[in-house]
Design a protein. Structure first.
Length: 337
C-alpha cells in the first residue's frame, strides 16, 4: 500500500490537485503536515491543507445538530488509521473533535471511531487471509485500543457500498464468500504464525468477542476445517465449546499429523470432563476413532444401536489405539461377515 500511495502522490503532483478529483478520505490518507524538511508546495502538504479545508466545509454545512453527518466523514476515520504520519493523524484527530464540538455532535464521535476501527480491523484480518500471512499485530492492537468491536461482522455497517471499503473485494480472493467476525477470520487463517493467532484470539476474547458465537459455523468448527491447530488450541483455551459440528469436521482432515494434533486437544476435553457430548451426539464413528473400546463394543452389539457405515470403517483405519482397533475390527467382521 505504501508503494501505491507514493505513486498516487506522484500522479496527483504531475497532473495538479485542481485537475484530479481526489475524495476526502484520500486527501487524509495521503496528506502530511508540513515540516522543516518538506517544502510548503510538496504535494503531500498541499493534500493535507486541502483535507483541512474540505473538513471545515463539511462541518459548516452541518452546524445544525439535527443534520446527519455525511458518509464521507465516517470514511475519514478509516483513512486516518492508514495515514502513516503520526503528526498528521494527531492534528486531524484534534481538528475533527473541534468540529464535532462546534456542531454539538460529540456523541457521534465514539460511534464513528468504533465503526471505523472495527471495519479497518476486519479489513486487515481479511487481507492477511488473502495474502496468506500473519495480521499486522501492531495495527490490530492500535485498533482495539481505539474502540474496535471484535464481535462486529463484515458488512454489518449499513452504509457499506461497492467501493474502497467493500469486504467482498477481498472475500472473492480468499475463496470465502461469507461475512466473518474477528474470531472467524483468525480461525480460518492457518498461514499466520502460531504465536500471533494465539495472542490475537486471547485479546479478542478479552475485548468481549464470544468464541461460541456463529450464525452457522462457530469459530472452533472453522478452525478445524481450516486445519488451523493453533487456533483450535487458543479457542478451546478461551472457552469455546466442543460441539458435534466441530468434532464431525475432523473427518475432513486428511493429514494424519494435523488430525492427531486436533484429536489430542479434543481428547483432553473429553477426559477432563469438560465436554457434555454423548455417544448419541457424536456417533459410533467418533467413539471408534477416539479409541473408546467399551462404548464402541456396546453400541455395535446393541441391536438397536447405530449401524456400521463408511464413516465407521474410516474411523477404524484412523484409530490410533491398537487394542481398540483389533477389538472393533473383530466385532465388525462378525457382524458384517
Amino acid at each position: 500500500r505504501s508503494e501505491l500511495e507514493e505513486k498516487l502522490r506522484g500522479f496527483v503532483a504531475k497532473r495538479g490537485l485542481n485537475s484530479v478529483e481526489v475524495p476526502l478520505w484520500a486527501l487524509i490518507q495521503l496528506g502530511r503536515v508540513s515540516s522543516g524538511t518538506a517544502k510548503d508546495d510538496d504535494i503531500a502538504s498541499v493534500m493535507y491543507r486541502e483535507a483541512c479545508a474540505k473538513l471545515e466545509a463539511v462541518f459548516t454545512l452541518v452546524e445544525d445538530s439535527s443534520v446527519q453527518l455525511p458518509r464521507e466523514v465516517e470514511d475519514f476515520f478509516r483513512a486516518l488509521y492508514r495515514c502513516r504520519d503520526p503528526a498528521t493523524r494527531e492534528h486531524l484527530e484534534e481538528l475533527l473533535q473541534t468540529y464535532l464540538a462546534k456542531t454539538k455532535q460529540q456523541s457521534r464521535h465514539k460511534s464513528l471511531v468504533s465503526v471505523a476501527a472495527s471495519n479497518e480491523l476486519l479489513w486487515e484480518l481479511r487481507q492477511a487471509l488473502c495474502d496468506r500471512r500473519s495480521p499486522d499485530m501492531t495495527l490490530a492492537a492500535q485498533l482495539l485500543r481505539a474502540g474496535a468491536n471484535p464481535s462486529m461482522r463484515e458488512a454489518e455497517d449499513d452504509g457499506a457500498e461497492e467501493g474502497s471499503w467493500n469486504w467482498n473485494l477481498l472475500a472473492r480472493r480468499s475463496h470465502d464468500g461469507m461475512p466473518r467476525t474477528t474470531l472467524e477470520l483468525l480461525a480460518l487463517n492457518r498461514f499466520a504464525r502460531a504465536e500471533d493467532v494465539e495472542l490475537a484470539i486471547a485479546k479478542a476474547v478479552e475485548c468481549k468477542a464470544d468464541p461460541n458465537r456463529g450464525s452457522y459455523e462457530k469459530p472452533l468448527t472453522l478452525a478445524v476445517r481450516a486445519r488451523n491447530v493453533p487456533a483450535v488450541a487458543a479457542l478451546l483455551q478461551a472457552g469455546a465449546e466442543l460441539n458435534r459440528q466441530a468434532l464431525t469436521s475432523i473427518r475432513q482432515v486428511s493429514s494424519a499429523k494435523l488430525r492427531h494434533e486436533i484429536e489430542d486437544q479434543f481428547m483432553a476435553r473429553f477426559k477432563g470432563g469438560d465436554c457434555s457430548l454423548t455417544m448419541k451426539d457424536v456417533g459410533l464413528w467418533a467413539t471408534v476413532q477416539c479409541g473408546f473400546t467399551q462404548v464402541a463394543k456396546k453400541e455395535i452389539l446393541d441391536p438397536a444401536g447405530q449401524p456400521s457405515s463408511v464413516a465407521v470403517l474410516m474411523a477404524l483405519r484412523r484409530c490410533r489405539d491398537e487394542q481398540c482397533r483389533k477389538a472393533v475390527k473383530a466385532l465388525l467382521m462378525q457382524q458384517l461377515g
